[in-house]
Design a protein. Structure first.
Length: 355
């Protein structure tokens, strides 16, 4: 139990129960398809297991910022829908980034690739794995909409939240394409990197979950605007922290290889700042190394380049500034006192984390 009286671990457990129950129902529906559908469902279960449940948490407290839940089970199901959206994005993201692992285990496309190879099937195992992951991501995306629409609240109450959810999904998908395009061009200034960050992650991680929860509670435009003033800068700070962890994070904690973002060639704000500020030789080394196989020594050298450029400390300063903006906006927002305390705690958890 946390100081504000909210049991965050208990909440995560409740979200997991909702997801497990939902997938049990889907498994029964798909049972006539046989073993292949069962394998797909097994991957779905793995994909939605664990995690911080920040999106569900912000949705929950976005609702309680406006009004107590008239039906807690229904609101919890609505919150869990965001975790299905998140799982869909992660599965697709791992394919696009050619990531080998997710949370310390093989990424979905690698798991399915391994099953193909072990069975000695025809065709390219990697192509099979990627196809399966795309299909699973699409299925999870479809299910996220289904879980929200059928959360148990009257459709008149769900409809405003569905409008936000539609916008949220469009933003994150288009933001993902912007990210892919930036990596393909092999360049991104700080402004472009911030646009990618905002639409691929910041909005769908915090601002839109807050809006969905508040919309379910009947919030008007003024309340939604006040939640944006809190949620958008906080979402940006959250993703900037994620970018730092992608380069400097401990693999034992993050579940990703050392310097994974460097190997994947991600043109983040951190990288853009380093390329701007590093001496020409160091900047050239960083630029040509992005997106290439890197051993531990190479990762260590690129970390030194980024650190010495001042980019790491700049990003830390921006995180602190954005966090302060968010908390200041929260203090002024017309929200319930208990929700304000919980959202303040969530803000700290989102920006000061190590994983």
């Amino acid at each position: 139990m946390e100081s504000n009286g909210w049991d965050s671990a208990g909440f995560r457990d409740r979200v997991q129960v909702v997801l497990d129950d939902f997938l049990d129902t889907r498994a029964a529906q798909l049972a006539p398809l046989g073993d292949d559908a069962a394998r797909l469902l097994a991957e779905a279960r793995t994909t939605v297991r664990g995690g911080k449940r920040l999106r569900a948490s912000f949705c929950w407290w976005g609702h309680h910022a406006v009004a107590p839940a008239s039906d807690e089970t229904a609101v919890l199901r609505a919150c869990a829908a965001l975790e299905l959206l998140h799982a869909s994005a992660l599965v697709h993201d791992d394919v696009m980034d050619a990531s080998d692992t997710r949370r310390g285990r093989p990424a979905t496309h690698r798991q399915l690739e391994g099953e193909h190879r072990a069975a000695g099937w025809r065709g390219d195992p990697a192509q099979y794995g990627e196809a399966g992951a795309i299909i699973l991501g699409d299925l999870l995306l479809s299910w996220s909409d289904q879980l929200l629409r059928r959360c148990g609240l009257p459709l008149t109450e769900v409809a405003p939240a569905l409008e936000v959810f539609d916008l949220c999904r469009s933003e994150v998908v288009a933001g993902q394409f912007l990210d892919v395009s930036v990596q393909a061009r092999g360049r991104a200034d700080v402004e472009t990197a911030m646009t990618v960050l905002r639409y691929k992650s910041a909005k769908y991680s915090i601002e839109r979950p807050l809006h969905i929860g508040a919309a379910l509670a009947g919030a008007g435009p003024a309340v939604l605007e006040s939640l944006s003033a809190f949620g958008l800068p906080l979402g940006e700070a959250f993703q900037l922290r994620d970018d730092l962890l992608g380069v400097f994070g401990d693999p034992g904690t993050t579940g990703k290889p050392a310097g994974d973002d460097l190997v994947e060639g991600k043109r983040t704000v951190l990288v853009a700042l380093a390329l701007d500020a590093a001496p020409p030789a160091d900047a050239a080394l960083l630029d040509r190394s992005l997106g290439t196989p890197l051993d531990e020594a190479s990762v260590a050298r690129l970390r030194e380049v980024i650190d010495a450029s001042g980019a790491r400390s700049q990003v830390e300063a921006v995180i602190e500034h954005l966090s302060e903006l968010a908390v200041t906006a929260l203090d002024k927002a017309p929200v319930e006192a208990g929700a304000r305390d919980a959202l303040r705690a969530l803000a700290e958890a989102a920006t000061q984390r190590t994983v």
